[in-house]
Ligand binder design. Structure first.
Ligand SMILES: [Zn+2]
Length: 355
């Protein structure tokens, strides 16, 4: 199933046709099986060992200096939806409605994902689904409380999240786990948002630098008052204006409890930007290249197992392709180049003595 994810043939029917082919032995599979066996298997598989395997690999990657090109290792947490259907078929199915309509238009699945970011190597470590009556916010906290103690409190230097997570209970949960947070600051925190807008509008930018082809101006101050329920002594706020060559300007505010002594203004900007990795290298690649939206077997445990195996496959594939294969003089392969090479090599008979 992991090989199927890397080969982008993850549906149970695709796996069935592979193991029924005459070349089955090249896959290292001795017995034929059907897609129904995979349904039965994934309904009953305990997700814990797969989750532990991902944690074990990323910890080993850190020990083996796979992230050595960066001063800070980040984690990003974010939510998405996957797998639409017309009828409710499992207890993770959540109803969805078209904007402005009360009528249920269908059902879909929601999950949050945690990924290593900011290191040039995005590794999706874990996912947490949430069904009706549950929330992204609660699922995110569950995921962090489960995984941070196992990763070790010093594994990551920061957690980067979008504005919905910028609430006192969530930030306090991260404090308890020893994890500094970089969170988007939006109008859902009106006092702090308005104070930062007012202060920075009266000041010239503190720093200006190039970011790819763009020019970036940054404002940074660490002495804002926390809002009423937040038990931080002060809040640091970063504001940037990113000027694109075509004249468009992107601007955003971010808040953090990382001190300027520990993290410079420029590093904080890069931490904020690393949040996009979970969208691009996380959700987009999983959905566009690894059939995340396809539900192989509509059962809540089966769906979770497929998401976890997909994350594990992406970790293995990226470490192998971007780190292991990159040693020596080999050219760096793209994911699709490695996928094609794997397909071609499946047709090759393995020698009896493969030592
Ligand atoms: Zn469902």
């Amino acid at each position: 199933m992991i090989l199927g994810q890397i080969l982008r043939a993850s549906s149970f029917y695709a796996l069935e046709s592979l193991v029924r082919s005459g070349r089955r032995r090249s896959l290292g599979v001795t017995h034929k099986f059907g897609n129904d066996a995979l349904s039965y298997f994934t309904e009953r598989l305990d997700p814990t060992p797969t989750r532990r395997a991902a944690i074990h690999i990323v910890r080993q990657a850190k020990r083996n200096k796979a992230f050595q090109n960066t001063a800070f290792i980040g984690l990003a947490l974010d939510g998405t939806t996957a797998g639409r259907c017309q009828q409710k078929q499992c207890h993770l199915c959540r109803p969805w409605r078209r904007a402005g309509s009360e009528q249920i238009a269908g059902y879909r699945h929601h999950l949050v994902m945690l990924s290593v970011v900011g290191t040039g190597l995005s590794l999706p470590i874990d996912v947490e689904p949430y069904g009706p009556g549950d929330s992204e916010y609660a699922a995110g906290q569950r995921l962090l409380r489960r995984i941070i103690p196992e990763l070790g409190p010093r594994f990551a230097d920061y957690l980067v999240v979008d504005g919905e997570y910028a609430t006192a209970p969530f930030l306090h949960a991260c404090d308890d786990l020893g994890l500094p947070v970089v969170a988007r600051l939006k109008a859902n925190l009106p006092e702090l948002f308005q104070a930062a807008q007012k202060r920075f509008s009266q000041l010239p930018a503190q720093l200006s630098f190039r970011f790819a082809r763009d020019r970036v101006e940054v404002w940074d101050a660490d002495d804002f008052d926390p809002w009423e329920t937040l038990r931080w002594p002060t809040v640091r706020v970063l504001y940037y204006r990113q000027h694109k060559p075509d004249g468009t300007v992107i601007e955003a505010y971010w808040l953090t409890n990382l001190s300027p002594q520990r993290v410079s203004t420029r590093s904080l900007f890069h931490m904020a930007k690393s949040r996009w990795e979970i969208e691009n290298q996380g959700f987009n690649e999983a959905k566009n290249q690894h059939q995340w939206e396809h539900i192989c077997h509509h059962h809540s445990n089966s769906i979770l197992i497929l998401w976890l195996l997909n994350a594990l496959a992406l970790i293995i594939e990226r470490l192998y392709r971007l780190r292991y294969l990159h040693r020596g003089w080999h050219p760096r392969l793209s994911a699709i180049q490695l996928c094609r090479l794997l397909w071609l090599n499946l047709a090759r008979s393995l020698p009896l003595d493969s030592s």
